[in-house]
Design a protein around this ligand. Structure first.
Ligand code: NAG
Ligand code: NAG
Length: 402
């Protein structure tokens, strides 16, 4: 089995960015969705974008079991910068909100056994209006390496998206030249998808992950819209997914304000089916136990982190039920999800031939529920599933080949 995995990784690496990183979808925490551009540390010291926020989240990732579950990156998003570069033209953090500086914050996070990520923008400014990296590629890439950055998210505001096809590879070149291995997260297709077909094979060659689509918001509408968009696979981006190369449908909003428990499970399940990065954006200090359990669910995370790194695809959509299927190891096994988008108040009774979900081998399959680990049964291709799925909920199954 080990030989099989390494062979698959090598095959994947031939089309992915060759920096040895993100061989499974990155897992971590990012400030944006939950904490946005709150810079008001005077009136809201516990929730503003500051070194304290990231230190506190790093503490909770370790003490509350997220690190053990696989979450590893603590990432800053927009609004960390000072509005001006320093006298030498270097990027600098806001001195009031990051008084110890970025290097000290990176050291703090590394001392916890975690990794540190930062945000910038390929244009003249970040989306929030702070200095961007345009005209400073080499200097800023080196600055990130000097600070001990492990993950760079590079947004795409304040630049013509037609320039991305040369600009993102160019910044990646300078990241590589620093000699420090840093995960490279691009927003390259996200700003192109509306008016052109992004060059996904090229994007996968130069970036470890990339945002394809608009920002997630704190609502089920937003989650469902993202799932629907990714299910269409316009431009065949599922084909370039693999170790070192991931489509990014944006952050997990589990634990925030907008989703019911069923909807939180549905987001977690569908992000696992999509082989999506699992980047939480929630207040880990005040999270309900149910939400924490969803974020740390071993069965679902195992699907997400499957070493083959195949993205799931939609099999069909009918009567508010969408079926997704994804190959996982051991070879011949599948994960499948029945997502029920109905809002009628009663669970959907789903009876479906198991071959639809990809259970086509005559050897048969042992099927378990991914969330509970409960054994559902042994199924042959001639059998049927008989399931109940809650409104705006999901059934996520693991079918291990017999
Ligand atoms: C730089 O690129 C080379 C060739 O693709 C690769 O072998 C090396 O690991 C990369 N180094 C870093 C620091 O990303
Ligand atoms: C995507 O794949 C489909 C079927 O395999 C093919 O018809 C279509 O031309 C492809 N599109 C792109 C943009 O590669």
């Amino acid at each position: 089995m080990l030989r099989l995995i390494s062979l698959i990784c090598m095959l994947g690496a031939s089309q992915a960015l060759d920096n040895g990183l993100a061989l499974t979808p990155p897992m971590g925490w990012l400030s944006w969705e939950r904490f946005r551009c709150n810079t008001d540390c005077k009136n809201d010291p516990d929730n503003c974008i500051s070194e304290n926020l990231f230190k506190t989240m790093a503490d909770h990732i370790v003490s509350e079991g997220y690190k053990d579950a696989g979450y590893e990156y603590v990432n800053i998003d927009d609004c960390w910068l000072s509005h001006e570069r320093d006298a030498q033209g270097r990027l600098q953090a806001d001195p009031d909100r990051f008084p110890s500086g970025i290097k000290a914050l990176a050291d703090y996070i590394h001392d916890k056994g975690l990794k540190f990520g930062i945000y910038e923008d390929i244009g003249t400014h970040t989306c929030g209006g702070y200095p961007g990296v345009e005209y400073y590629f080499q200097q800023d890439a080196q600055q990130f390496a000097d600070w001990g950055v492990d993950f760079v998210k590079l947004d795409g505001c304040y630049i013509d998206s037609k320039e991305f096809d040369t600009a993102y590879p160019a910044f990646g070149h300078w990241m590589n030249k620093t000699g420090r291995h840093m995960v490279y997260s691009c927003s390259w297709p996200a700003y192109q998808s509306g008016h052109m077909t992004p060059d996904y094979p090229s994007i996968a060659k130069y970036c470890n992950l990339w945002r394809n689509y608009g920002d997630i918001q704190d609502s089920w509408d937003s989650v469902q819209d993202i799932i629907t968009w990714f299910g269409k696979d316009a431009g065949n981006f599922s084909a370039v997914t693999g170790p070192g190369a991931w489509n990014d449908p944006d952050m997990l909003i589990i634990g925030d304000y907008g989703l019911s428990i069923d909807q939180q499970k549905a987001q977690m399940a569908m992000w696992a089916m999509m082989a999506a990065p699992l980047i939480m954006s929630t207040d880990l200090r005040n999270i309900r136990p149910e939400s924490k359990a969803i974020l740390q669910n071993k069965g679902v995370i195992a699907i997400n982190q499957d070493p083959m790194g195949k993205m799931g695809k939609v099999v069909y959509t009918q009567s508010n039920v969408q079926l997704w299927s994804r190959p996982i190891l051991p070879e011949g096994s599948v994960a499948f999800a029945y997502l029920y988008t109905g809002t009628g108040g009663t669970p959907s009774h789903i009876q479906d031939v198991v071959t639809n979900a990809g259970l086509t081998s005559s050897r048969g399959y042992n099927v378990t529920c991914a969330f509970t680990g409960k054994h559902i049964g042994y199924f042959k291709p001639t059998d049927k599933f008989d399931l109940h799925v809650d409104p705006t909920g999901v059934f996520l199954g693991i079918a291990k080949i017999f």
